[in-house]
Ligand binder design. Structure first.
Ligand code: SF4
Ligand code: SF4
Length: 209
């Protein structure tokens, strides 16, 4: 069984937002509302060694090993797959937003009836993927994984900042980066067990793969 994970190299991210665009097209997220993307690229400017530096920082759902959003869901509309992704069934979700409140990473957002109606006009009824409101989130592009494809953000990343792989395969690049001990997760102290890792420089020997 695979254990899917992502490593994000913040050193190479150029802040082009191609990942956000690819994700919104692949998953039909509401591009008309900037608060409703599955992934965001944050940026920060700070002074380092006497120079101003701009650093980009992509964020998405961490597909936690111990996901509080799943624990609090009263309907079973959200669950964790054995291979790692945490998913949502829009037909079961009642929109209570308990999951959004429980998520320590602010990774969930509501898609309401207005968004569904807007999507019908925007994407066309024949191509519409979403017909129910729900509290949405990234699921590592579950549908694409079933077709043997990488998440859309990974495939499109011009800087190869996003690396996707299987932690159960010791030969996988993601496994080897995580095994190096140099990749960090967000809020490791709260015990959620994120499967999205951040690194600011690829370890020696893995940089050219
Ligand atoms: S990051 Fe938030 S939405 Fe994603 S699995 Fe963890 S608790 Fe759930
Ligand atoms: S596509 Fe890659 S380089 Fe562009 S913003 Fe997203 S992570 Fe950064």
């Amino acid at each position: 069984m695979a254990h899917y994970a992502m490593v994000i190299n913040v050193d190479t991210c150029v802040g082009c937002n191609a990942c956000m665009a690819a994700c919104s097209q692949a998953n039909q997220t509401p591009v008309w509302d900037s608060s409703k993307f599955r992934t965001y690229v944050h940026d920060e400017e700070f002074e380092k060694d006497g120079r101003w530096v701009r650093q980009f920082f992509p964020r998405l759902c961490n597909q936690c090993d111990n996901p509080p959003c799943v624990t609090v869901c009263p309907t079973g509309a959200t669950w964790k797959e054995e291979s790692g992704p945490v998913r949502v069934d829009p037909e079961i979700c009642m929109g209570c937003e308990a999951c959004a409140m429980a998520c320590p990473y602010d990774a969930r957002y509501p898609i309401d009836r207005g968004d569904v109606a807007h999507a019908k006009a925007y994407y066309g009824e024949a191509f519409l993927k979403r017909t129910h409101p729900a509290v949405d989130k990234c699921d590592f592009c579950w549908d694409r994984l079933q077709q043997g494809l990488e998440p859309a953000c990974v495939e499109t990343c011009v800087a190869h900042s996003r690396i996707f792989g299987d932690l159960d395969n010791p030969d996988d690049l993601v496994s080897r980066i995580v095994a190096s001990g140099k990749a960090k997760t967000l809020l490791p102290e709260i015990g959620t067990g994120p499967n999205v890792f951040y690194i600011d420089k690829l370890p020696e020997g893995l940089a050219n793969e």
